[in-house]
Design a protein around this ligand. Structure first.
Ligand SMILES: [Zn+2]
Length: 266
């Protein structure tokens, strides 16, 4: 784990990159921002989490870090020890954690619940969607208070790294670390952040060839074929919004069903 800081004092703001080692956009975003070394009004901590996995360009070394929280300093696996160390680093911080996907090119935010932090941060991010996960307790960083996750775009893409820089900038403005002109990125479109609530996963049946016909965040209607495994179509038994859905992004699921629950009005 590598830690850098902008500004003096004990940071109450943190940016976390590389929870997953094969998602380098966050690290590139952090490095580009640090290279500019902008003046900050509040100290900020930057954490590159899973350096070992990053070096090998793999999601994880022993187990998924984002299922290993709260972790254990004595654990047998690299990620479980790292989870403990990382949780300590960000415990008292409002935190942005940067990820990327195989499912969606546009940046979007994820939060556990729409709370004060989500309401104050999300309108400053270059996103039009926030996903409320209300996660079952399964060891994700997002279950901690004051954590906002951002999906920067497509894994390994140049655009995801560009988006990461803008997401960090928006987050630092929202938290008062960057003075900037204090204008939300969305400007007058402040109320245009759609809120989706994550529902059940869409399991993958066994197969070799997977296809997705639906677009993420675009409504699938009842009776619509939205995916296929080896040519066998999956048909929606009721309407839903697909989220994080991709043919090969996850081993056992295509992605998730979600419902649209409102807009953030800032
Ligand atoms: Zn990730």
């Amino acid at each position: 784990m590598r830690i850098e800081q902008l500004g003096d004092g004990t940071p109450e703001i943190a940016v976390v990159a590389a929870i997953h080692g094969d998602e380098p956009c966050g690290v590139r975003g952090v490095e580009r921002l640090l290279a500019e070394s902008p003046a900050v009004e509040r100290p900020v901590k930057f954490v590159v989490a899973n350096e070992a996995a990053l070096e090998r360009d793999v999601r994880y070394v022993d187990e998924d870090l984002n299922r290993a929280f709260p972790g254990d300093p004595e654990a047998d696996t690299h990620e479980r020890r790292l989870a403990d160390a990382l949780a300590r680093e960000v415990r008292d911080c409002t935190t942005l954690s940067l990820h990327s996907t195989q499912s969606y090119a546009e940046p979007f935010a994820l939060v556990d619940t729409i709370d004060e932090v989500a309401r104050s941060v999300c309108p400053y991010l270059p996103v039009s969607v926030v996903v409320e996960t209300e996660a079952e307790s399964d060891g994700r960083l997002i279950e901690y208070p004051h954590v906002v996750e951002a999906e920067c775009g497509l894994q390994h893409s140049e655009q995801a790294a560009d988006n990461a820089v803008e997401l960090i900038r928006g987050f630092l403005t929202a938290t008062g670390a960057l003075a900037d002109d204090a204008e939300p990125v969305a400007g007058d479109d402040l109320c245009e952040v759609d809120v989706f609530r994550l529902g059940s996963p869409v399991p993958k049946t066994e197969g070799d060839d997977y296809e997705i016909f639906a677009e993420n965040f675009e409504r699938v209607t009842e009776g619509e074929a939205f995916a296929a495994a080896d040519g066998d179509e999956l048909v929606a038994s009721e309407p839903f919004y697909p989220v994080l859905m991709s043919a090969y992004g996850y081993e056992n699921v295509f992605g998730y069903r979600a419902e649209r629950v409102g807009v953030l009005d800032g």
